[in-house]
Design a protein around this ligand. Sequence first.
Ligand SMILES: *[C@@H]1O[C@H](CO)[C@@H](O)[C@H](O)[C@H]1NC(C)=O
Ligand SMILES: *[C@@H]1O[C@H](CO)[C@@H](O)[C@H](O)[C@H]1NC(C)=O
Ligand SMILES: *[C@@H]1O[C@H](CO)[C@@H](O)[C@H](O)[C@H]1NC(C)=O
Length: 562
Amino acid sequence: MTTLSLFPLLLLPLIFIITTTVTFPSPAQAGGGQWQLLQENIGVVGMHMQLLHNDRVVIFDRTDFGLSNLSLSNGRCRNNPQEQVVKTDCTAHSLEYDVVSNTFRPLFIQTNVWCSSGSVSPNGTLIQTGGFNDGDRTVRTFNPCPNCDWQEFNAGLAARRWYATNHMLPDGRQIIIGGRRQFNYEFYPKKDATAKNIYSLPFLVQTNDAGAENNLYPFVFLNVDGNLFIFANNRAILFDYNNNNVVKTYPSIPDGEPRNYPSTGSAVLLPLRNLQKPSVEAEVMICGGAPKGSFQKTLQGSFVGALNTCARMKITDPNPNWVMETMPGGRVMSDMLLLPNGDVLLINGATLGSAGWESGRNPILNPFLYKPNGVNGSRFQLQNPSRIPRMYHSTAVLLRDGRVLVAGSNPHVDYKFGNVLFPTELRLEAFSPSYLEAGSDDLRPTLVFPAPQSQTKLKYGQKLKVRFQVTAKLVKNLVSVTMLAPSFNTHSFSMNQRLLVLDEVKPTNKVSSKKIVVEKSALVYQVEVTIPSSPIHAPPGYYLLFVVHQEIPSQGIWVQLL
Ligand SMILES: *[C@@H]1O[C@H](CO)[C@@H](O)[C@H](O)[C@H]1NC(C)=O
Ligand SMILES: *[C@@H]1O[C@H](CO)[C@@H](O)[C@H](O)[C@H]1NC(C)=O
Ligand SMILES: *[C@@H]1O[C@H](CO)[C@@H](O)[C@H](O)[C@H]1NC(C)=O
């Protein structure tokens, strides 16, 4: 059934005009990445997604949207007197997608997870916090094991957290910042029973636009000095969360336009390099969003063009400033994902309007690929388009095999499949960046050590000999080893997203560090790298480790840094 055939004929002309999707002149097929439909109907909108170290992705929506299209297993039903829509509900609002077998199973969630947040703790358990109504102070855990399900702890949070941002800390706790009408932060788990529970954060008051907010789901990154970089609306602070102290106030983005919900842009911490040097640099990049007032205008039927700019700033500079760049087009509600080779992918979203119910128009079907170290002016490359609009409440996460999983889109209060713009979207897709094309197979490294399934435990500062094979001639200085922290994705932001480019161990004699080892008569190359020596650079937990050769990444392997 096509989307269009669901519209009554009378509405067609009007809808046709305003649903025109933006596809730029189609780039050549090769080099522009490829789309793959994985599932026609997973039954639940992918509003939140997290990849876990068993290569399964936990996906969940809100619980008060009425019935989903996925039944709970074994005839189970959810009886919840607090629920606002359906008090006895035999459908699932969460599921686990198994990447390897391309199958999924329903999960049982009791309290409302709508617009919540989360992080994976060092032992690999997802800790997910907050939501709405009966779920706004709930802490839920999901342990990655074959038949595990959600566990919920009510009143686990000190404050209601709806549209908050979480980040892993070097000591293995997570910080939970803000949320609607919450100008404060807290930690989970709490240090001890006597610990103060809520700490105020006036920056969130200062960045709250009256009636519009524009500061929800703030962009938070752990800086290399141990402080947190917190961006809300159009500006940022460097924040010492231990002492509740603003260390530095950064300049506003020059155009002054907002970048956080509902003016939803996205942000990444660009790859961290030279981690063994005395002073490590960190740089943040923020792209897209919606000009001030855009959300309010959508309520009157006017849809303003999204911002077409990105702002980059070295947050470790003594005198930092934003440097602006122009994208091939405007984007709002897009996701920014770090790829294993250090490129940034912008995917999903729209070119008009803002985040919020029915507030986006003109889906943008083409991802943009951004090369952070490319020549200024030619860093963006247009990618091949999907056919599926991914509007408000859509998500994207990187998988171990280098593909990007894309789910969700539902700008309506309920599940609606007809008579609406952008029907509720239950299809699951993958985008394969061009590095996965067969033309690069010769260059592609295959990891042989650490053994791919071993989930090797790594210690801070240890040396690691990484061994891999490549069919084509190896270009020594174009090999790197990277580690990526899998992120919690919702509302166009990937919490905890972090890519570390590992330093090579300097060879002590004249033998190159990219040694050739002959193993079972096949050529195996070896590169020795140093694992980050500080949990400030890399908080403890599971990471994906990749070898990259001439910008082509291997498949990742899971490692656990403790
Ligand atoms: C989902 O469920 C609704 C309500 O039961 C139904 O109308 C619709 O056809 C279903 N859609 C799909 C894609 O299964
Ligand atoms: C992992 O740690 C979290 C937080 O400390 C805890 O709730 C969870 O039970 C642990 N999981 C396992 C499998 O031990
Ligand atoms: C890129 O070039 C433009 C135009 O010359 C300049 O304004 C901008 O600051 C440069 N951006 C970066 C990131 O260097």
